[in-house]
Every structure is written in C-alpha cells, then in structure tokens.
Design a protein around this ligand. Structure first.
Ligand code: HEM
Length: 326
C-alpha cells in the first residue's frame, strides 16, 4: 500500500531532477571553448582583429586590457560599458575617464555577426580581446572561459564605486573584496599597469595637493619626483599622458612591481600597495621568487576577474551591436 502511493511520484521526481540539471547546465558556469560548436572561429577572429589594432597602434593593448577591468567592476562582466546611453551611460562616469577600445570590440562583433549571428556576446569579446592584448605584448597567454551574456543596463550612477586612484589601501582592498577579489588579486591586477599610460589629470593630487599634509606624496622617490613634476607641471595640460611603468611601458613584465617598490609608481593607487604590509609582502614575493609566478598568477587573476557578476543561461541577451541593447 505504502509502495503504491509513492510509486507514481518516482517518474515525477526523476523528471524534475533532469529538468533541474538541464537548467543547471544552461544557467551554469562559463567554460573554455563555449563557442567551439556554435561559432568555431570566434576566438581566432577576435585575435585577428585585436592583432591588427595593436599593430596599427601599440597603445591599443593597454586600452583593451583596461576595458575589461572597467567592464567587470560595474554590473559584472556583461559588456555594459559598451552601451551608448547619451550622458547617462556608464561610459560617461567620472571613473571611466579615458576608457576606450569600443571601436575595436565593435569591429570584432561586426565580423562575428556576419559569420554567426546572435551567438557571441560583447562581454565575451571584451574578455577575449583583453587576453589577446596581453599576449601580444609578451604577457601570458591563457584560456578564457566563455559563455557570458550581455547586460541591458548601463547607468553612470552604477559606476560610482569604481576603484579611484586616490583611494586609501583599505578602500582599494574593500572594493576588490566586494567583487570577490583578494588582496593578492589587487596586487596582481594592478600589475596590469606594466603597460600603458595615464593622463596627468590623475597625478594632480599626488603631486601638488596630497592628503595628508599637502605637497607631494612622500612615497614618491625623491629622484623620481622632479621627473614626474616636469612631465605633469602644476598648471600644465592635464590631458598629457605619461607611461605607467617607466622604463618598460610597452612590454608586459614585472618591472612595474619593481617601480612600485622603488617609489617610482606613477599612480597613487599603485604606490599604496607598498605602504601596506600585506600587499607589500605579496608584491615583494613576486619580485624575489625565481622564476617568478607573476605571469601565471596574473592570468589566473584575470580569469577570476572575468567571472565577476557574469550573466549566463537565460539571463541578459546577445546584443546585435555592442553599443546598444537589442
Ligand atoms: C586598483 C585599482 C585601479 C585604479 C585606481 C586604476 C587607475 C587607473 C588610471 C587612473 C589609469 C590612467 C587612465 C587614463 O589616463 O586614461 C589607469 C590606466 C590603466 N589601467 Fe588601471 N587602475 C586600477 C586597476 C586596474 C586593473 C585591475 C587593470 C586591468 C586588469 C588596469 C589596467 C590599466 C591599464 C592597462 C591602463 C593603461 C591604459 C592606457 O594606456 O590607456 N587597471 N588605471
């Protein structure tokens, strides 16, 4: 009797489990080679577009690397930074000043839409383009799990909490922790400043109005200070850009960590990594260990950053163009 009442439930439960597991797969995690069946050439097309852009202008490598950081830290890695939403859009936020590379992502997207319409997300293009950019400047080459879907929301106000160059180390750590990233990730990912440039705009406080005390940031090496001041004079053009990693700005390497250690960091946020005991230890360990794990660990941190708040399965959409929601 007891058996008979339960029996009809068995197929129901089994059915439920099967549906749940299918849903689990379709909503589930990212995976390497997500497009291998649906758009097998997706990754090679993106690589070709990125390579062309970097050969045309080597600055594009840094631009594409930074773009992924700014995409992932606001509403997750969902391509929301690419949406043009007039003055109210995420890309217009103060913290996104100087972020670029949108046209490169869009040209990869256009090729992909021709070949396999509606398949490859803008969010994945951003993550793959950053990977390709890093490897083109002799950084690590790593697998990027894909399957992100594109967000539909792009608002300036959502970008309020982006890490700021003048944040204290506690605030920087907390902002990374909020995104599931550790102090080690903060050090490693700041290592992205091994390539690229920064506008003098971001140095003004650090050079001429540092808190506390006014004047210049005492963490700046006294031999480096006059050089920085000469490049970014007090009432000079704040749009002039200077290398982030003096002496090795075009190559991905751990030279930036040595510059930070030696007081030759350009950005205040990089300098803060050496004021703090825990981040200093992490940073030093990458300089002193031979061979250094910096490249491999940077790649791991990039993959981790690339999972922040991702939309998968039936969430979000696959945009037709990266600059607008469908
Ligand atoms: C820790 C918090 C961070 C702060 C406060 C910060 C701040 C900045 C600032 C102010 C610039 C100069 C922008 C300009 O003048 O256009 C810059 C450039 C750059 N950032 Fe960061 N950043 C941080 C973390 C990261 C991360 C996590 C990445 C990537 C993984 C990254 C990659 C880059 C790159 C590659 C550039 C050079 C861009 C170019 O040459 O156009 N940054 N960053």
């Amino acid at each position: 009797m007891h058996k008979n009442t339960l029996f009809p439930l068995v197929p129901l439960v089994l059915g439920f489990l099967i549906v749940a597991s299918i849903l689990g797969v379709s909503q589930g995690q990212l995976r390497v080679g997500f497009y291998s069946k649906t758009c097998p050439n997706a990754e090679s097309i993106i690589r070709r577009v990125v390579k062309k852009a970097v050969v045309n202008n080597p600055r594009n490598a840094a631009i594409l690397l930074r773009l992924q950081f700014h995409d992932c830290f606001v509403e997750g890695c969902d391509g929301s930074i690419l949406i043009k939403n007039d003055e109210d859009g995420e890309m217009k936020a103060q913290g996104n000043l100087g972020v670029a590379g949108f046209d490169i992502i869009e040209s990869a997207k256009a090729e992909l839409e021709n070949l396999c319409p509606g398949i490859v997300s803008c969010a994945d293009i951003v993550a793959l383009a950053a990977r390709d950019a890093v490897s083109l400047v002799r950084g690590p080459n790593y697998d990027v799990p894909t399957g992100r879907r594109d967000g539909r929301l792009s608002k300036k106000s959502l970008a309020d909490k982006l890490p700021d160059v003048d944040d204290s180390i506690e605030v920087l750590k907390a902002k990374f922790r909020d995104k599931g990233l550790s102090d080690r990730d903060l050090v490693l990912l700041s290592g992205a400043h091994t390539i690229g440039v920064a506008a003098c705009f971001f140095m003004q406080k650090r050079l001429y109005n540092f808190t506390p005390g006014g004047g210049s940031d005492p963490a700046i090496n006294p031999l480096f200070l006059p050089k920085l001041k000469a490049k970014c004079p007090i009432s000079g053009d704040v749009n002039v850009r200077i290398p982030l990693d003096w002496g090795s700005q075009n190559v991905f390497d751990l030279h930036i960590l040595k510059n930070i250690r030696d007081g030759n960091a350009v950005l205040a946020s990089d300098a803060r990594l050496y004021d703090d005991q825990s981040t200093r230890q992490i940073l030093d360990s990458y300089i002193t260990s031979t061979p250094s794990n910096f490249n491999a660990d940077f790649a791991t941190a990039m993959v981790k950053m690339g999972t922040i708040g991702v939309k998968t399965g039936s969430q979000g959409e696959i945009r037709r163009v990266c600059t607008a929601v469908n």
